[in-house]
Design a protein around this ligand. Structure first.
Ligand code: ADP
Length: 506
């Protein structure tokens, strides 16, 4: 009998659902299962997840994907994990029981702690060591909040009775019993020195976090452990791990410095591979670990990591949701494309969707949404088109800032996410960037990245070259717009942003 075909299982633990996807050797999806779970909002601005639900939904999704693909668990060669980043968990070593709900990346409860740390003048040190900014978004101050608020917790942590982890670590722990993470996740905690590739003793001391609770950090493509036999009936090696945005960069096969991806979801997440040297940003972008393939450097010096610059647009696809749900201008997101294409141009209307302030390169939390250029002739179509265009302008601003920090040209952008299905938006993005925007055939780039990391470690894929050959383009949008027209639009967008920022209600 011929040997049964083998597959890689990617676990994609997201903010609103747990997904599992099986890939074959060509990187094609052969089975998917997605299970949503509860969002817990204890107070305005606070967000939690139940750790048990994260685990049970993820495990059920894994089994569901195997069932959907109609294969046996023994045909799974390896498991790769990718996850919502920064979300913070703490559990008991003896029982594996969480001591608190997971504090989700969106949760703002540690804002005051961040202010205190800033007042101590720590922002520069933190940026220098971790590549991050002092914001409640990252794990470190969420962990400080737990120690400050729950009596007796720090003493227990000091005695080595507790384990800290981001979601990857939690899943690895439940799958294998090991307490481990990878540098892409560690680099989102505010506790990890990305230049030295280890937990930073000085920061741990300042933040008063006991070292005993931290997981072991190992390469993103390496053996994290074997899944317990009772889970799938067979032991399966867990050999890949990366945070979701870094996994997407890997899944897009952005292996060379200068390659970038933009995920067009609710917001946009842009990552640029900057190679083996961490690039410090002068535009408030984050410096982060893109992946660690475990090879180390040839000379034995340095971390051997690949680094990335990262930035985000807060409101992207969300502006289309707003048109649909709040204004009723479109029946569904796809209709926005039809309407945008029904007019020749934006009719001089520019919409700055700064609903929650603006991120890099502006970093203005006070600015709010603004529409300029409305006339008697403005139609619904112009308005919708202006909304779509705003996604492309904001992404361009971000990429231009990245390019300046990086010091080299970014030749093209690889795109994924829900709004990347919009042909008008993708063409307009190519026009505004004056470079190609490329969509991959397999849109599941995040899960694919985790699968590649896992598969490379077990020899399912031989090397990066083989992975690269697997990468297939679905569509390429090349710039078509005349330079003058582009420059005029960009100049007006800049004016629209200025006018939004100059409006101060008080
Ligand atoms: P997330 O992972 O952030 O939830 P998704 O990648 O699922 O986001 O994308 C959903 C977002 O994409 C929504 O904000 C939606 O408005 C937007 N979107 C989906 N389809 C389209 C489309 N055809 N045109 C424009 N926006 C779209």
């Amino acid at each position: 009998m011929p040997a049964k075909e083998r597959y890689i299982l990617a676990l994609d633990q997201g903010t609103t659902s747990s997904r599992a996807i099986l890939f074959n050797k060509s990187g094609v999806v052969i089975g998917v299962k997605q299970i949503p779970f509860n969002q817990i909002f204890p107070r305005p601005g606070w967000v939690e997840h139940d750790p048990e639900e994260i685990w049970s939904s993820q495990f059920a999704a894994a089994k569901g994907a195997i069932e959907a693909a109609q294969i046996e668990a023994e045909q799974v060669e390896a498991i790769g994990i990718t996850n919502q980043r920064e979300t913070t968990l703490l559990w008991e070593k003896a029982t594996g029981k969480p001591v608190h709900n997971a504090i989700v990346w969106q949760c703002r409860r540690s804002a005051e702690i961040c202010q205190e740390l800033k007042a101590l003048g720590l922002a520069e040190t933190v940026k220098e060591k971790t590549g991050l900014v002092l914001d409640p978004y990252f794990s470190g101050t969420k962990l400080m909040w737990l120690f400050n608020e729950i009596p007796g917790l720090r003493a227990r942590a000091e005695k080595g009775e507790l384990m800290f982890g981001t979601v990857d670590t939690w899943l690895i722990y439940r799958l294998t019993g090991e307490h481990r993470t990878d540098p892409t996740n560690a680099s989102r905690t505010l506790l990890f020195n990305i230049k030295e590739g280890r937990w930073d003793r000085e920061l741990l001391k300042v933040f008063n976090i006991p070292e005993a609770i931290l997981p072991k950090v190992q390469a993103s493509s390496s053996r994290f452990g074997m899944s317990r036999k009772e889970l799938f009936g067979v032991e399966i090696p867990v050999t890949g791990c990366a945070g979701d945005q870094q996994a997407a960069l890997f899944g897009h096969a952005c292996f060379e410095p200068g390659m970038a991806k933009n995920t067009y979801g609710t917001g946009c997440f842009t990552l640029l591979n900057t190679g083996s040297v961490p690039v410090a940003s002068r535009h408030n972008l984050l410096t982060t670990v893109a992946w660690d393939l475990g090879a180390g450097t040839a000379s034995g010096a340095g971390t051997g990591y690949t680094y990335a610059l990262e930035g985000s647009v807060f409101i992207a696809g969300a502006v289309i949701q707003w048109l649909r749900d709040q204004l009723g201008l479109v029946a569904d997101a796809a209709e926005s494309e039809k309407l945008a294409k029904s007019v020749e141009d934006n009719g001089e209307v520019f919409l700055v969707p700064a609903f929650v302030g603006m991120g890099a390169p502006y970093w203005d939390s006070e600015v709010r949404g603004t529409v300029v250029g409305i006339t008697r002739g403005t139609t619904k179509a112009h308005f919708v088109r202006a909304a779509l265009e705003s996604i492309a302008y904001q992404s361009r601003d971000l990429l231009v800032a990245m390019e300046k920090d990086f010091g080299h040209t970014i030749p093209c952008i690889k795109a994924d996410g829900g709004a990347s299905m919009n042909n008008f938006l993708m063409q307009f993005q190519a026009d505004m960037l004056d470079r190609s925007v490329i969509l991959p055939e397999v849109g599941e780039t995040t899960a694919l990245g985790a699968a590649y990391l896992a598969g490379l470690n077990v020899g399912y894929w031989k090397d990066l070259k083989e992975v690269e050959q697997n990468w297939r383009k679905k569509r390429e949008y090349s710039p078509e717009m005349a330079r003058e027209k582009r420059d005029r639009l960009l100049a007006r967008w800049a004016k629209a942003v200025d006018s939004a920022r100059s409006y101060k209600p008080d």
